[in-house]
Design a protein around this ligand. Sequence first.
Ligand code: ZN
Length: 308
Amino acid sequence: MSGALILFSGGQDSTTCLAWALRRFEQVETVGFDYGQRHSAELAARPRILERMRTLFPAWAPKMGADHLLPLEVLKTIGGTALTDDRAIAMGANGLPNTFVPGRNILFLTAAAALAYRRDISDLVGGMCETDYSGYPDCRESTIRATEQALNLGMEATFRIHTPLMRATKAQTWKLAEELGGDALIELIRLMTVTCYEGNIRRSHPWGFGCGKCPACALRAKGWRAYLDGKDLNPPWKDYPSYERGSMGWRMGGGEDCWLVFWDWFAFGLSDRQRAEFAAKHPEPQGWEGTYGDMVKAYRDRAASGGR
Ligand code: ZN
C-alpha cells in the first residue's frame, strides 16, 4: 500500500499539501512539531483541521492515519528568533527576517524521516516553497534535494521528499486547493488554518484570521486577492437572495463572510474597467441600486483613514 507522511503544521501550505497527498496516496499520516513556537494557535488548529477534513471529505477519511506530534524544543533552547522569543519581527543584517529559524526545515525533515523509517513510509510531503518566501535558504529546492540525499545515505533508505508548492505563488496555492477539494477545501483553509506570525486568530479578514499586519498575513492577503483576480465572484444578493440590503444577515456568519470577500474583491481587486464590466453583467436588482458605487466609496474611505 502506498503511504506518505505529511509535515503538517496547521497552516495554509501544509493543509494544501495534506489534500494533495490524500489525492495521491492510499494511506496518509501527519506529523507536527512543537518547537516552543511563541503562539500555540497553529498547533491547536491541527486536530481541528484533521477532524474537519474527515467530515467534509468522507472519501479521504479512511485514508487518514495516525497524527504525530514531536517535541523539537531544541529550537526554543537555541532561541534568537522572533518565532520563538518575544521580540518584534524585523529584517536582520543577513537580509533575512528575524523569523528565520536556522536549520528548521532540515531538522523537521530529519525528524520526519526518522519517524517515517519506523512507520515503513518512504514518501515525505512538505509545504516548502521558494517562490513567495522571504528567501529562507532551507525552503529552497537545492536544500531539500541535498537533505533527501543525506537522509537516504544516513538511513540506507529510499525516501522521496515531495514539495508540491515549491514553485507556487500564494495565489497558485489557493488555486491548487480549489482543484483538490473545491470550495469546501477553500473554506476550510480560509477559516481554520493559521498563518499569522502573531498567532492572532480573532481578527477576521476575507482571507481568514490573523493580525493583518505581520509579513505572513500580508503575504496571505496578497495571495488571496491575486487568487480571486482569476475568478468571478457572485454578487452577495445571488448567494443569499433572502437577505435584504443592510439586514443583519450581512453582519454575521456566512452572510458576513460573503459580503467581506465580495467587497474586498470588487472594491480592491478589480480595475475600474473590470468593475464596469462586472456591473453590466450583474446589474443591481431592485432594492440594491447604488451598491457597487457605495462599496468602492466605503473602501476608499477606509483606506484614507488608514484602515488598510
Ligand atoms: Zn499576522
